[in-house]
Design a protein around this ligand. Structure first.
Ligand code: SIN
Length: 488
């Protein structure tokens, strides 16, 4: 059968799946270039891997589960952390040159939540871009992969109860139907549905919405990670990230009075897990005060270690070597998504998901820093190899199209982003979530973005206790509840 495996999304997870599926034919569909640049290309963190002396996958797995508030699927965590050293080796064979010291050893950085330095970078904070460059080049040079840019997949073809094709639209709106032996969603996260995000505009949940329209089960939708330090560009939606590796190299968060923000909040200080740091920043901002990251003492050559942050700050007229950087929390990563097993199977036969759009339980309630590129590559390799081996019976049954549905107009999208930011940002309450849900239902036009937002808001409303990145300010800790009830 020469129907291709259709992969929707050409970030790290999609590219890796495509490469690993050789020799099966693959059609790799990319929503576009320009503003639809994948989030992977902007990833500044590196890849976490227990490759240092004295480190072990077990320690990496422990840190992953602590960050995830033990909501993680332990078996998947153990598998991923055990895969990490081999994943670095595979990437090197694809042409990625990781940063090494003068003796040729991998340079290891440290980020929040990690007990030791275990983050591998390529080109300093340009790791995502370097990985994308190498994998994209490989894909273009591979005879089994055909790349098609600038197309949006807006419908899935079901035959019987399985997915057997996609409908794509180009920028002019012209539609084309493509039969597939399997469809993989690798469309990334949902950061751009929030008013402030470190993601590019194309990470708007379009793939998640499409999978949901086809009836695929979702999991953990309420868990959204907010990065504490995006560059605070006034009134901007998609903000440049100011990597956590800077805090790993000694940068400190300050309030406008010059007080260290994390003092007295968490013993791990500036390197506490992201949810804790984000809430600290959010609370200061809610009082109308600015938060700054002082990176002036960071040693080493900025142009080699932090070229991306340096360029983004200079573009805003801020020299981070001379002055503190204004920062803000921003929606960064979705731990939830289409529920998949470790093989990438969604609940709909023939439909697979990998990378941020998927939820295999590895990140739990809060992702550990630098575990996402790792997940994209390790799970992409596993899924691609499995699809290449899979026997697919001839398509049978009546054909039926499921559509993602119409898109919200731009102005309504802007309102929705603000609504999600206020109600489902780093600090949430039941009352705000409830109000936001009603406003989505009654005050917004119908569109796939509002359907997706309502699913997220409902999941956040229904999880009444705080867990990981999902922080309910109205959550009464159990000990206090017992005291109120006279029990302790
Ligand atoms: C960062 O560099 O701070 C982000 C890394 C990540 O998201 O894991």
């Amino acid at each position: 059968m020469d129907e291709p495996i259709v992969i929707v999304g050409a970030g790290i997870a999609g590219l890796t799946t495509a490469l690993a599926a050789a020799p099966a034919p693959v059609l790799l569909l990319n929503r576009g270039s320009g503003q639809h640049r994948p989030a992977s290309a902007m990833a500044q963190g590196g890849i976490a891997a227990a490759v240092g002396s004295g480190d072990a996958p077990r320690a990496h797995a422990h840190d992953t589960r602590v960050a995830g508030a033990f909501h993680n699927d332990a078996a998947v965590v153990n598998w991923l952390c055990a895969q990490a050293p081999a994943t670095i080796g595979w990437l090197e064979r694809q042409g990625v040159a990781f940063d090494r010291d003068a003796d040729g050893n991998l340079q290891l950085g440290r980020e929040g939540g990690h007990g030791v330095a275990r983050i591998v970078h390529a080109g300093g904070d340009a790791t995502g871009a370097r990985l994308m460059q190498a994998l994209r080049w490989r894909a273009q040079a591979s005879a089994h992969v055909r790349c098609c840019d600038g197309v949006d997949v807006d419908a899935l073809l079901l035959r019987g109860d399985g997915v057997r094709g996609v409908r794509v639209r180009d920028a002019s709106g012209t539609a084309c139907e493509i039969a597939a032996r399997a469809v993989v969603l690798a469309t990334g996260g949902i950061g751009a549905l929030f008013a402030r995000t470190s993601n590019p505009p194309g990470t708007d949940g379009a793939g998640l919405a499409l999978g949901m329209a086809a009836g695929a089960r979702t999991r953990d939708l309420e868990f959204v990670q907010f990065h504490p330090t995006a560059l605070d560009v006034p009134d901007a939606h998609c903000l440049p990230l100011v990597t956590e590796a800077l805090r790993g190299a000694g940068a400190r968060l300050l309030d406008a009075q010059g007080r260290y923000l994390m003092d007295g909040i968490d013993a791990r200080g500036d390197l506490a897990p992201r949810d804790i740091v984000s809430r600290a920043v959010w609370r200061v901002q809610r009082e109308g005060r600015q938060v700054l990251l002082d990176a002036r003492e960071v040693s080493g050559e900025w142009s080699q270690r932090f070229p991306t942050v340096l360029a983004a700050c200079l573009a805003q007229g801020i020299d981070p070597r001379q002055q503190p950087i204004p920062v803000t929390p921003a929606a960064h990563f979705h731990m939830g998504g289409l529920a998949v097993d470790l093989h990438g199977n969604t609940s709909v036969p023939g439909l697979y998901a990998v990378g941020e759009v998927a939820c295999n339980g590895v990140h739990g309630a809060n992702r550990l820093a630098s575990n996402s590129l790792l997940e994209g590559v390790a799970c992409g390799r596993r899924l691609g190899a499995a699809l290449a081996m899979r026997e697919v019976p001839a398509a049978q049954g009546t054909a039926r199209w499921v559509e993602r549905g119409s898109s919200l107009p731009d102005a309504a999208c802007g309102r929705l982003r603000q609504l999600l930011w206020n109600a489902a940002g780093p600090v949430r309450t039941g009352a705000h979530l409830h109000e936001a849900l009603q406003e989505c239902r009654d005050g917004l036009d119908e569109g796939w973005q509002s359907t997706l937002a309502m699913a997220l808001l409902a999941a956040a409303r229904d999880r009444v206790g705080s867990l990981g990145a999902h922080w309910r300010e109205d959550d009464i800790p159990q000990t206090v509840a017992l005291r109120i009830a006279g029990g302790a």
